[in-house]
Design a protein around this ligand. Structure first.
Ligand code: NIG
Ligand code: FE
Length: 453
């Protein structure tokens, strides 16, 4: 019996499946399935787990490959002739030729602060003149200036602003994103932002994972009393967030001068008890033991990590915490260095990449820009970069059963890129290589532009 399909993307120069290798064992290693070729040694991570070590270089590339979908799901993946033979097309099926192009899974951006009003372009000039990010925050600017603008904005304005940003992300290939609250910092204002995030999910094709980040900064109402604010988060905000089912994750900015390890632990444990999985901003500006805390609480992901200790890396690897690195933030903060991606990989941590889009430290909506920085700034290999923006990023959101690779049964989230080899993905600078984006089986971007059906 043939498999029904209503969409086929065929004859790709390279179909980058990012699927785990075909696990045909010989004495020394694991080979990829016939008809496909790996980009390094064979994969060592079992399917279902994030990729670590050499397995981050395994992209499951199929030359002259096709992917077929029915409805929102992938139904066949393989060499073009095999897929054509396997599927029976519905009368209204869409056949998209990808000759000379690279086809790959939609990018997953596992760390964004997408919902805010106002902007902070004046701050980067201050930073260029030598003022530090934490100094600007301590004097009531930075995050707190965005809090003032966001509190003043009606939800409709926040929705409108965020929808435009989501469109830009989609046009650059992102099909799943995490979105945090964190510019409300009172129960009512945080809930307002989380409801905005829920509305975005209803009005935009992007799949969105919502994160409660009430612990983004200590608001002016609790200046000098961070423990009082922590109590407000655990006793008032979290129960309301959980009872309305507004967030999957709970996040904390664990940093000197913001929330201590002990305060972060209290918040993350309280969130966990209410069904919110922990993730955190850890060891960004000063070494704090944030990586160790991430391992202790079983976080889905620890993010930033420029100052993580070797022991913290080891513990994260043991606990299976994804290290989500944010090179656009290091770039924008003009730090002159990046998180040590190679040390995380060598320690056995799965590495993901994200934009950290926000008005203060990362005005970047494009995962392609992040890929460039990861390749040129962190010296990651193209295959590692792609793995970090797809399957490992999906693991950082605990959605790898749905997205992050082109595999039968997963969502048909597909990028058709106007390049002939995946090596150009992180290499090509400053231009958008996305031709088409297919989201849940629907063409939502063509010629690099958003199409609304
Ligand atoms: O991940 N570090 C804390 N939060 C954001 C910055 C938010 C802001 O400056 O508005 C970050 O970099
Ligand atoms: Fe962030």
């Amino acid at each position: 019996m043939k498999i029904r399909a209503d969409l086929v993307v065929e004859n790709a120069s390279e179909l980058v499946t990012v699927a785990a290798a075909g696990c045909e064992r010989d004495d020394s290693a694991t080979r990829v399935a016939p008809g496909s070729r790996g980009t390094g040694r064979a994969a060592v991570s079992p399917p279902g787990l994030p990729r670590t070590g050499r397995a981050m270089r395994e992209l499951g590339i199929i030359e002259n490959g096709s992917v077929a979908a029915f409805g929102d799901r992938i139904v066949a993946v393989g060499p073009s002739a095999e897929v054509r033979a396997k599927v029976s097309l519905t009368p209204d099926a869409r056949v998209i030729g990808a000759t000379g192009k690279v086809v790959l899974p939609g990018f997953v951006d596992p760390h964004t602060h997408l919902v805010f009003a106002g902007s902070r372009e004046h701050e980067f000039i201050q930073r260029a003149e030598g003022r530090s990010y934490m100094d600007i925050l301590a004097s009531g600017g930075g995050i707190l200036s965005t809090v003032r603008a966001t509190r003043a904005a009606p939800p409709s304005e926040l929705v409108e602003l965020a929808l435009k940003r989501l469109d830009v992300m989609l046009c650059h290939g992102t099909t799943t994103a995490e979105v945090k609250s964190g510019y409300g910092l009172s129960a009512d204002e945080e809930l307002k932002c989380l409801r905005v995030i829920r509305e975005l999910s209803e009005h935009h094709p992007m799949d969105i994972a919502a994160t409660f980040l009430g612990a983004h900064a200590v608001p002016p109402e609790y200046r000098g009393d961070p423990d009082g604010y922590v109590l407000c988060i655990t006793e008032e905000m979290l129960p309301r967030v959980a009872s309305e089912g507004l967030a999957e994750f709970c996040d904390v900015f664990c940093e000197h001068g913001v929330f201590s390890v002990d305060q972060s632990r209290r918040i993350l444990e309280a969130g966990k008890a209410m069904g919110l999985a922990p993730r955190l901003h850890a060891d960004e500006i000063a070494p704090m033991g944030g990586a160790e805390l991430a391992a202790e609480v079983g976080a889905a992901s620890a993010d930033h990590l420029l100052c993580a200790s070797p022991d913290g890396m080891r513990r994260m690897a043991e606990a299976g915490v994804v290290a989500t690195l944010l090179p656009a933030t290091s770039f924008t903060l003009m730090l002159g260095r990046y998180a040590d991606a190679r040390a995380f990989i060598d320690a056995g941590c799965p590495v993901a990449l994200a934009t950290d889009f926000n008005p203060g430290t990362s005005p970047a909506l494009s995962m392609q820009f992040v890929m460039n920085l990861a390749a040129f700034g962190m010296r990651l290999r193209p295959a590692e970069v792609i793995c970090a923006c797809t399957i490992n990023a999906a693991h950082a959101l605990r959605r790898a059963d749905e997205v992050g690779s082109l595999e039968v049964g997963k969502l048909a989230d597909i990028i058709i890129a106007d390049i002939d080899t995946h090596l150009k993905l992180p290499y090509q600078l400053g231009t958008n290589f996305v031709d088409k984006v297919i989201k849940r089986g629907q063409v939502v971007v063509t010629g690099g532009r958003r199409v609304v059906q």
